[in-house]
Design a protein around this ligand. Structure first.
Ligand code: FAD
Ligand code: EPU
Length: 354
């Protein structure tokens, strides 16, 4: 477990969370711990309960907005270890929750194990991937997930959930609901077929030649596209897409297309239609719009950035303005994808944005 003294040795403020999450908000925690095994997570949680203080488990902090200082212990999950088993038709991978997702993608690709290339460069830990069912360029975590291992933080009981039990859907899973507050994800299991087929149906990848395409070429293209559109959190604080893409009825989409024939619309299997929140925001002339140092990213309107000294209030005010403007112009409600963390723990986003 990394201790306070080692942080001080590095010249860092031992309570500051600023460099420990990608939005880089100027906030602190009462206590910060890096847990390298399940026992350490359980002890930290128990100690928080004894002190009647809040407890927050994070991976790499790439999908959170701290609204203020956190009044308790933040535990960074650093459980490590990857094992690979070869089956007849599939590769079976077990990765501890604290492994970095992108490193896992690269590690497997180097070994000739394909299937994660579309999900390259998504920040965060492997164990966080199931929570919002990470997705990009036509692939979602649910497409490669075999199982998710969790531990009950109250009694230490461990459990394995198979893919079908995880209730995966667009940016959602059972880990945001039933297995949220009192559970930690400790590992994930992936199943990657040896009969690999390229997935290049997503807009930006469509131009690749299906007959000669390799997993490495898809990986390279995805990395190139992402680097051209998405701000690097090391240089510009952000948490990826701030809002989810709204899913509307076929009728709503039809009305939108009447007025805006070029509006991006993606038909879903259940008859609903996914719209592009970034497009809606751009249509409202909000690209580049700023409140203090919080701004709508110039290359991708779905991303809110911290230009340096944005406060949580600036980001919330900007998000509120975007929601009300999009609602006024299109009668469509945007819902944040980013998780809002207050002094005592996760907050109800709707209440914060009211
Ligand atoms: P954190 O931000 O640390 O945590 C997120 C939530 O999960 C918190 O509520 C936390 O309490 C909880 N949590 C974390 N670890 C555990 C655990 N072990 N057990 C239980 N709960 C836990 N997402 C996509 O889906 N697709 C993208 O293309 C994408 N691109 C991005 C690009 C950028 C530049 C950025 C900054 C983010 C992007 N994201 C994307 C969002 C983000 O990368 C994912 O949501 C990622 O899975 C978050 O991982 P994390 O470890 O940083 O989670
Ligand atoms: N668009 C605009 N203006 C913008 C942004 C987008 O017109 O400012 C249009 C694009 O031209 C395109 C459509 O909207 O026609 C979709 O844009 P893009 O392909 O960039 O994807 P997105 O819908 O904005 C989603 C995910 C990303 C993921 C990409 C690629 C959500 C909320 N976001 O973004 O995930 O990387 O697709 O698959 O679903 C994240 O979740 O944090 C994230 C970055």
């Amino acid at each position: 477990m990394t201790t306070y003294s080692s942080l001080s040795d590095l010249g860092l403020d031992k309570y500051s969370l600023r460099s420990l999450h990608t939005f880089a908000m100027p906030v602190k925690a009462s206590n910060i711990i890096w847990a390298e095994n399940i026992e350490q997570i359980l002890i930290a949680r128990q100690q928080s309960e004894q002190k009647n203080e809040p407890f927050l488990l994070l991976g790499e902090g790439s999908n959170v907005l701290f609204l203020t200082d956190f009044a308790g212990t933040v535990v960074f999950n650093r459980l490590r270890g990857i094992t690979i088993e070869e089956g007849k038709q599939d590769w079976f991978i077990h990765a501890a929750a604290g492994e970095n997702w992108h490193n896992l993608v690269c590690y497997l690709l180097e070994k000739g194990i394909k299937g994660l290339e579309n999900l390259a460069l998504i920040p965060g830990c492997a164990g966080s991937a199931p929570i919002q069912n990470i997705g990009a360029y036509g692939v979602e975590f649910k497409d490669v997930c075999n199982y998710v291992d969790i531990v009950n933080l109250k009694n230490g009981q461990q459990q394995r959930l198979l893919n079908a039990e995880c209730q995966f859907s667009y940016r959602d899973s059972i880990f945001k609901h039933k297995y949220h507050k009192d559970y930690a994800i400790t590992a994930i299991g992936l199943r990657l077929t040896k009969l690999w087929q390229p997935k290049i149906c997503y807009g930006d990848l469509k131009s690749l030649d299906h007959s000669i395409i390799t997993a490495q070429a898809i990986f390279d293209s995805v990395c190139k596209i992402r680097r051209s559109k998405l701000p690097d959190p090391k240089l510009l604080g952000n948490a990826g897409s701030f809002f989810k893409n709204p899913i509307v009825s076929a009728n709503t989409a039809k009305e939108l297309l009447k007025a805006y024939p070029d509006a991006p619309c993606y038909n879903q299997s259940n008859g609903t239609v996914k719209l592009a929140a970034g497009w809606l925001i751009e249509q409202c002339q909000l690209k580049g719009y700023a409140i203090g140092d919080a701004a709508v990213h110039e290359q991708q309107s779905l991303i809110l950035i911290n230009r340096g000294n944005a406060s949580p209030d600036d980001i919330v005010a900007l998000a509120r303005h975007i929601c009300s403007t999009v609602s006024y112009h299109f009668s469509i409600n945007l819902e944040p994808e980013v998780r809002f963390i207050g002094a005592q723990g996760e907050c109800n986003i709707t209440e914060v944005l009211l």
